[in-house]
Design a protein around this ligand. Structure first.
Ligand code: ADE
Length: 242
């Protein structure tokens, strides 16, 4: 997977992504990341990339041409037109399903805006997906792109090792993950649930399944609609709701 981030703050993106699991995967060559500085494509002698909005109003708008040239500098060398994701609070809300889908691409371009947005004409020309990371407004798209890159990378083969596997994530099958415990058996008077010490794998699995169901019902009941539940799950949930 190769990520290309079109941005006015390339250092922010590169420095934000070079640690932890994502940094390790970049060193291994499983992931490529480049931040393309839109300002470098300004024809203005002061490297200006923004101007007043036609029709008036507050703030400045990023101009079409530098964004387009930055895009072209990457896309021109590609065999097929890549997906171009514009980070905007006006987009579809990012989720695990979209992360899994995007992880199948070989190249992804993220376009990060600032100020009051980007000239609509270049967006019409290059953007394939408008994506938001939640219903709040950030000062720019960079943090949002970094959130997406992190979540997508976990689904690129080889990025996680077996122990970190994305297969057992929260949101796998639309259920939240069960609670986890480690040593000691008793911490400040609180004991680890006995079933986890029993060594009985069947019972442990059943307990974890029930904890997942309980947690999802309590914290994110909206997710249950999309979860695959068997008769036993449904019966357990009915018991909880009473
Ligand atoms: N840019 C500003 N706010 C954003 C959000 N919520 N998601 C994605 N990009 C953004």
């Amino acid at each position: 997977m190769n990520y290309h981030v079109l941005t006015l703050f390339p250092d922010m993106v590169m420095q934000g992504m070079n640690t932890s699991i994502i940094g390790r995967a970049m060193e291994k060559g499983l992931l490529g990341l480049e931040a393309v500085d839109i300002r470098e494509f300004s024809k203005n002698k002061h490297k200006k990339v923004d101007d007043y909005p036609y029709g008036g109003g507050a703030g400045l708008v990023m101009q079409a041409e530098p964004v387009y040239l930055a895009y072209e500098s990457i896309a021109a060398g590609m065999e097929k037109k890549p997906r171009v994701i514009y980070m905007t609070p006006q987009g579809q809300v990012f989720n695990q399903k979209l992360a899994v889908e995007l992880a199948k691409e070989e190249e992804l371009i993220f376009l990060c805006g600032h100020y009051e947005g980007i000239d609509e004409r270049v967006l019409e020309e290059i953007v394939t997906d408008n994506v938001s990371i939640g219903d709040y407004v950030l000062t720019g798209g960079e943090l949002a792109a970094m959130v997406m890159i992190d979540a997508i990378s976990r689904h690129v083969p080889g990025v996680l090792n077996n122990e970190e596997s994305a297969q057992f994530d929260s949101f796998h099958d639309n259920l939240l993950e069960y609670p986890q415990y480690s040593r000691p058996e008793e911490w400040r008077g609180k004991r680890v649930p006995e079933v986890l010490l029993s060594g009985h794998h069947g019972k442990v699995d059943e307990w974890r399944r029930q904890q997942s169901l309980k947690r999802t019902l309590e914290r994110r009941p909206d997710l249950l609609e999309g979860a695959k539940l068997d008769k036993k799950d449904e019966e357990f949930l009915r018991g909880l709701k009473k």
